[in-house]
Write a protein that binds this ligand. Structure first.
Ligand code: FAD
Ligand code: SF4
Length: 464
């Protein structure tokens, strides 16, 4: 029998997509999805499932796609994953389920992520999102702080067990990084809103504009009758380089740049009242997914040249290969083995240049990647109109500073048990980036899921 090749996903052409914020990848048609599903071998021992942190029943949903039972396929995925349209778009499948797929040993793995996305979108387009059968309400209140993937998953699972769940979110919109960080062209916001609405359908209440630790404390939440609390606070505090000139005008943290772009919809200015000014030449410092999102957003905001400044080489870049390739196709200019030493401003305090030093790669460091070492005397000036610093985020201490019972590690993240999410404070669980540091959507969801199970056990047995 002739082998079916992995089905490519249709995309907007690069020259068109850099002029808009619409989604780059266009998704499978029914025909492409069924053809791709036919490639799955229906392994009796499906290794792909081992690679999925929330253990989606992959061969089972793919079989339903092959049989054109798309609605049933969506229900099958949702037994384990309440955010399939999001995961189908942003999960690094090449490192997870698809990495373990047996077809990948000699050829190309089944495009599990693309199929997941297709099924979730098909369900939404056909107006068939149904509420699953719900158990009787237990009359027990649980609070979830933070509405990123960790909090949303934990809330969804607890609601499905019959708990009364309330999410408290600091921003005016729920979704965490999914709503304020990842750009529209990778993850349209109506999709996040649709999946958040599904949680509302499950009975989850969402209170926005509440900064827990400032507007209300964890002690007060317990006093209000919440019997357990899950903290999914994320790692939203931007890191800076700590070099001269960093507070010049025109230098953004990636967090601010992307929040203005996505949450405040700067790309729709003046329809929305947050402007963003990028000028002709933008430099984004960093080599991860956040840097790719920022530099590709800069192009779409009208930059004539959008540069990546990275201190290692392409091989060490932590960003997903797919995102690096998308950026390359769109004309992003990559400057490897260079590192900023200082920023230079004009007479009005706006950034106009970066002093860069050339680097070479030395021995591997603790991360296993070769350490970049400056080459003395190789400094030069790189002219810019705007700089975005995308070198990582860390834990926001607002809530933790007023809750000393919760132990933190030396990097400021919460010390929580991997299997249960239990923290050092009775009744308080945590998961996602606030425990692991910056990780992935699906890892945060896995944490939320394990914590929901542990919260249920704690509330049923009273054992801590
Ligand atoms: P978050 O998503 O950070 O959500 C935490 C929420 O808690 C926020 O809404 C915050 O406002 C709220 N909060 C914090 N403190 C309080 C408080 N005191 N009171 C009330 N609310 C509070 N991962 C991928 O898998 N694929 C990708 O393609 C990808 N791209 C990314 C792009 C960007 C720009 C960024 C920044 C990250 C990206 N990630 C990606 C990483 C991924 O988004 C995170 O690992 C994930 O969102 C972590 O989920 P979380 O629920 O722990 O936290
Ligand atoms: Fe299908 Fe690959 Fe999973 Fe086997 S490992 S069941 S081929 S997706």
């Amino acid at each position: 029998m002739k082998k079916i090749p992995r089905q490519p996903m249709p995309k907007q052409p690069p020259e068109e997509r850099i002029k808009n914020f619409n989604e780059v990848a266009l998704g499978y048609t029914e025909e492409l999805a069924v053809k791709e599903a036919e490639r799955c071998l229906q392994c009796p021992r499906p290794f792909c499932v081992d690679g999925c942190p929330v253990k989606v029943k992959i061969p089972e949903f793919i079989k339903l796609v092959k049989e054109r039972k798309f609605s049933e396929a969506a229900k099958k995925i949702k037994e384990d994953n309440v955010l399939p349209a999001i995961c189908g778009r942003v999960c690094p499948q090449e490192e997870q389920c698809e990495k373990k797929c047996v077809l990948g040993i000699k050829g190309e793995p089944v495009a599990i992520g693309r199929l997941e996305r297709f099924v979730a979108d098909w369900e939404a387009e056909h107006g068939e999102i149904e509420k699953p059968e719900m158990p009787e309400k237990k009359g027990i209140k649980v609070a979830v702080v933070g509405s990123g993937p960790a909090g949303l998953t934990c809330a969804g699972d607890l609601a499905k067990m019959g708990y009364d769940v309330t999410i408290f979110e600091a921003l005016h919109k729920p979704g965490g990084v999914l709503i304020y960080g990842i750009p529209e062209f990778r993850l349209p916001k109506h999709i996040v809103e649709r999946e958040v609405d599904y949680l509302r359908l499950l009975g989850v209440e969402i209170k926005v504009d509440v900064v827990v630790g400032k507007s209300i404390t964890l002690y007060e939440l317990f006093d209000m009758g919440y019997k357990a609390i899950f903290l999914g606070l994320g790692a939203g505090l931007p890191k800076f380089l700590g070099i001269p000139g960093e507070n010049l005008l025109g230098i953004y943290s990636a967090n601010e740049f992307l929040t203005r772009t996505n949450l405040m919809k700067a790309y729709l200015f003046p329809e929305y009242d947050t402007p963003i000014k990028v000028g002709k030449r933008v430099a984004v410092i960093g080599g991860g997914n956040v840097a790719m999102d920022a530099v590709r957003s800069a192009l779409r905001h009208g930059a004539e040249e959008a540069h990546i400044i990275y201190r290692r080489s392409r091989a060490e870049m932590p960003a997903r290969l797919e995102e690096i390739e998308n950026a390359e196709e769109e004309g992003v200019i990559f400057n490897f083995l260079v590192n900023p030493k200082r920023f230079i401003g004009d007479e009005n305090g706006w950034v106009k240049g970066i002093e860069l030093v050339k680097m070479e790669l030395g021995e591997p460091d603790e991360s296993g990647r070769r350490r970049p070492v400056p080459i003395p005397g190789s400094e030069f000036i790189f002219e810019v109109d705007t700089v975005v610093i995308a070198i990582g985020q860390t834990a926001n201490p607002v809530l933790l500073d007023v809750t000393p019972e919760i132990k933190r590690n030396r990097w400021g993240y919460i010390e929580a048990d991997y299997e249960t999410g239990k923290t050092s404070m009775k009744g308080v669980f945590a998961g996602g980036d606030i425990v692991t540091g910056e990780a992935t959507v699906i890892e945060a969801m896995g944490f939320g899921r394990r914590a929901a199970k542990a919260i249920d056990e704690y509330l049923r047995t009273g054992k801590w």
